[in-house]
Design a binder for this molecule. Structure first.
Ligand code: ASP
Length: 349
């Protein structure tokens, strides 16, 4: 755990190979610990985790809350519709209210890119010790999803030792609405950092050509890339060219709520061109797993039969892995600011 440098977790562009290794190692430990029921880990005892989701969420929010509870934290959650946001209170003032109540961690989701980062900067400038964990901001970043996807793939390729090396040299296809996907962006940083080669596939309206250069330079405000050598990114327009030889396929939801204009002619045409099915997967040349961050539009991104085929589709496995991955992030953040490492020994409560 030594060497963890991140006070806030805003995106994965700043993660080093050691950071990915630390998260995966802890996630694997948490996954195999008996922390259900009355047995919790005391690591975050006395800490307060607040989930501030200004955008809808099913998985991320409940997964963070369960992760925090399994580490014995107190948890508060905020719901925009029943809050003073409707009376005109700003996002920052809302967040500061939770800080005033003693929140140690704010997990923040917002439809506008950079809200979590701005919040983190404001808290630092005010000398607050509260840390911010990005739960998904606009199109920009969804770090915990990128990490749980990485963990899921690492477990698939190397069940006995799910480390970043498990991804080295693997070819992963990401299919669909890349343009509007913060999940795709976080996965691009994570997968290439671990030496995987990524094939992006979608229509030009949802996948601009310049995505092939996505990880070539760090984002504004970051002076260098902590990863010495990354895997490659290739853009393809047809599944027939993207799928042969891949080791896994991730498909993404069509983010209609973020499409300002009509970017697709029809959903049935999209499904015909980019929808996954058992038959389509034969293009891979081998049996490969399918991932999707959820929520899934049944019959659009993939057929219902594929979604329900748990021998191929890892969607439920991703949800399951979300909890230990988020426990790992919360643990690392808590460990970074305490003198002694928080305990990993279970207690009965
Ligand atoms: N749940 C993911 C997100 O919040 C993916 C999606 O909504 O399609 O970005």
């Amino acid at each position: 755990m030594n060497g963890w440098q991140h006070r806030h977790i805003i995106d994965l562009a700043s993660f080093s190979s050691e950071d990915y290794a630390a998260v995966l190692e802890l996630a694997e430990r948490f996954r195999s610990l008996p922390v259900t029921g009355a047995r919790k880990l005391p690591a975050l005892q006395g800490r307060l985790v607040a989930t501030l989701f200004f955008e809808p969420s099913t998985r991320t929010r409940s997964s963070f809350e369960l992760a925090a509870k399994r580490l014995s934290a107190d948890v508060m959650s905020f719901s925009p519709s029943s809050s003073s946001l409707s009376k005109g209170e700003s996002v920052l003032d809302t967040a500061r209210t939770y800080v005033a109540m003693g929140a140690d961690v704010l997990v923040v989701r917002h439809r506008s890119t950079a809200v979590p980062e701005q919040l983190a900067r404001d808290l630092d400038a005010a000398g607050e010790r509260t840390v911010v964990l990005n739960g998904g901001d606009g199109l920009h970043s969804h770090p915990s999803q990128g990490l749980l996807d990485l963990f899921t793939l690492a477990r698939h390729f190397a069940p006995d030792h799910p480390s970043p090396e498990a991804l080295q040299g693997k070819r992963i296809a990401i299919v669909g609405d890349i343009l509007h996907s913060r999940v795709a962006r976080s996965n691009l940083w994570a997968l290439t950092a671990c030496g995987a080669d990524v094939v992006l596939c979608g229509p030009p309206s949802l996948l601009p050509d310049d995505f092939s250069a996505f990880v070539e330079s760090p984002p504004p405000g970051q002076s260098f890339d902590p990863v010495a050598q990354r895997g490659t990114i290739r853009v393809e327009r047809k599944l027939e060219r993207a799928l042969p030889g891949v080791d896994a396929v991730m498909t993404l939801r069509l983010q209609k709520e973020r499409m300002g204009q009509q970017l697709l002619t029809s959903l049935s045409r999209y499904h015909r061109d980019y929808g996954l099915s058992h038959d389509r997967l034969k293009l891979c040349g081998q049996l490969v797993p399918v991932l999707h961050p959820g929520p899934v539009n049944r019959g659009v991104e993939m057929t219902s039969a594929l979604l329900d085929d748990l021998s191929i589709c890892l969607v439920e496995e991703q949800v399951r892995n979300g909890v230990p991955t988020r426990m790992a992030l919360l643990y690392l953040m808590a460990a970074a600011e305490s003198a002694a490492e928080p305990s990993l020994v279970s207690r009965s409560s």
